[in-house]
Design a protein around this ligand. Sequence first.
Ligand code: AP5
Ligand code: MG
Ligand code: ZN
Length: 225
Amino acid sequence: MKAVFIGPPGAGKGTYASYFSRKYCIPHISTGDIFRDEIAKGTELGEIIKKYIDKGELVPDDIVIEVVKKRLNQPDTRNGFILDGFPRTLNQAKALDEITQIDVAVYIYVPIEIAIERLSNRYICPKCHRIYNLKFNPPKNDLRCDYDGEKLIRRPDDEPEVVKNRYKVYYEQSHPVIDYYRRKNLLIEVDNSSSAEIVVVLLEKTLIERGILKLKPCNPNVSIR
Ligand code: AP5
Ligand code: MG
Ligand code: ZN
């Protein structure tokens, strides 16, 4: 399955991409995670993109497209992949069409009030990128990752003021991508306002029934949390 998971900040793209990646053993490619790693490592690219990410602005298309092109060239993408947070502009969507044909665009959305509330409780593991939520999916041990014990962190761009700007940028620049895939008949829409356990079952069922998800699970007992 070659999928893109798109939608506004805090909608749940990473949460669901991680679930399908772990269950079906296809790579979860989050441009946001790739960029945060570059910033943490202090690379030249990290230096360039930090100013955009901290303000909630988009990283320029040429940089993002180059990063994705390189990643999709890796052999682990042969059986499929999930792109999380890419494409985010029409230019990026057209560039992706030049690289490969995707099977589905999953549009995940929640109202901004729910996103702000969820993002204010989000912690992430900087090592393995797992996503936690103090209310919905808390870590077992005091702010340490359940899988590798790494100290969990908050994202600097999760402050409510930056989240509001990310939403503004989303509606101005990224929302047209939804229509782009709707016109191509590739869009599946997911309202993630309710419980993730229910939402994921419906999404998985839809993907299987429509013949988009044909892979056999490599880890059948994966849970959303
Ligand atoms: P990115 O990291 O992609 O951020 P984003 O798009 O703003 O989305 P988030 O990661 O905040 O939310 P999510 O939808 O993944 O939600 P999650 O699953 O964590 O991008 C960051 C920045 O990088 C951008 O601002 C930009 O600067 C740059 N960038 C990245 N890609 C780019 C591109 N293509 N072009 C240009 N620039 C780019 O869920 C949120 C919380 O809710 C979690 O705590 C989760 O546990 C919880 N949760 C999820 N579902 C439920 C549920 N049903 N019930 C209760 N809680 C839930
Ligand atoms: Mg994310
Ligand atoms: Zn971890």
